[in-house]
Design a protein around this ligand. Structure first.
Ligand SMILES: [Zn+2]
Length: 323
């Protein structure tokens, strides 16, 4: 349906960037092997790429290219209040600068609302969704939704959030870096929201549909999402979507112990020389690049990294200190 199969397009057509931003076609330096591995990078355009998101991008890129697989790019711009087109374009330009070339057209979540609506409708028809009128302040300090509105709404007037019923909810999966995982959704979150009161679709719903439509075989992303993976696997089962493999890489934390993010004004990496930035990221990813590699060009550094990529160096590590 929304398969990313048109990998032969030029960057200008594929990225959706406005004319003039790219001056050359994207080169795909590694052979493409359809039908095998497909990875993805899915940043939220709420600001420029920071070191933590670059690390995730490089890890997922190397995981895909070292398997002679494809690497697709999705812009998770479903949160319209916080996401901007200019941030999305800036992220694409940064990936280009680091020569992290993606396959196929860029997918924008904001253009896929019909898919999310159809999935919600099918869940609702199956009796798995109910409206929820609970005000946020009533639910504050309640990490597990008590199921109040599952017995009938207290308030008749909307807008309502849409909640997914948790039935059989013991989820097990193996993470490539963190091993066997288990979560009982009833005791960890309860019936959870898949569409908010403002009408926007929740990340969990959008991401499982997008990953399935793009035929992603492995999701490589930050370990801050490890805890929410069981909710996504639960949705995949209900929607009869395949479950990809999961690999949760370390998040980068600042000296004060907080995860660096756009929210706490992590310095953008735009000032960084790409070769220096890549070698720093490879050091953080425990790939042990030789110091002389900094003198190499970006494509040479990436070739070195693809040839030697060993994701198991990150086994069990949930966070890394910013250098
Ligand atoms: Zn409620």
């Amino acid at each position: 349906m929304h398969r990313l199969q048109d990998a032969g397009r030029t960057a200008r057509a594929a990225t959706g960037l406005t004319d003039g931003l790219l001056t050359r076609p994207v080169r795909r330096p590694f052979p493409r092997n359809p039908g095998s591995y497909r990875g993805r990078f899915a940043p939220s355009p709420t600001g420029a790429l920071h070191l933590g998101s670059l690390l995730t991008a490089v890890a997922s890129f190397l995981q895909a290219r070292s398997r002679r697989g494809e690497w697709v790019l999705r812009i998770d711009d479903i949160d319209r209040e916080r996401c901007t087109r200019s941030s999305a374009d800036a992220i694409l330009r940064t990936l280009e600068r680091f020569e992290l070339h993606w396959d196929g057209p860029v997918v924008y979540q904001s253009q896929r609302i019909d898919r999310y609506r159809a999935a919600l409708d099918s869940l609702r028809q199956a009796g798995l969704v109910y409206d929820c009128s609970c005000p946020r302040k009533v639910l504050a300090n309640k990490p597990i939704y008590p199921g109040t509105c599952g017995q009938g709404l207290r308030v008749e007037s909307g807008p309502f959030a849409a909640r997914l019923r948790i039935n059989d909810s013991s989820i097990r999966f193996d993470d490539c870096l963190h091993g066997p995982q288990f979560q009982d959704l009833r005791t960890s979150c309860g019936d959870f929201i898949i569409r908010r009161r403002d009408g926007s679709y929740a990340y969990h719903l959008a991401t499982v549909i997008d990953d399935a439509d793009a035929e992603v075989t492995e999701v490589v992303r930050g370990s801050d999402l490890l805890d929410s993976t069981p909710r996504q696997i639960y949705l995949q089962r209900l929607l009869r979507l395949p479950t990809p493999s999961y690999c949760h890489t370390p998040v980068v934390i600042a000296a004060d112990g907080r995860k660096i993010s756009k929210q706490n004004a992590a310095p953008a990496i735009d000032g960084l020389k790409p070769s220096d930035g890549l070698v720093t990221v490879l050091e953080m990813l425990r790939q042990h690049p030789p110091p002389s590699l900094k003198k190499a060009g970006v494509s040479e550094i990436l070739k070195w990294a693809v040839d030697r990529w060993d994701v198991s160096q990150l086994g069990g590590i949930t966070d890394l200190k910013e250098p």
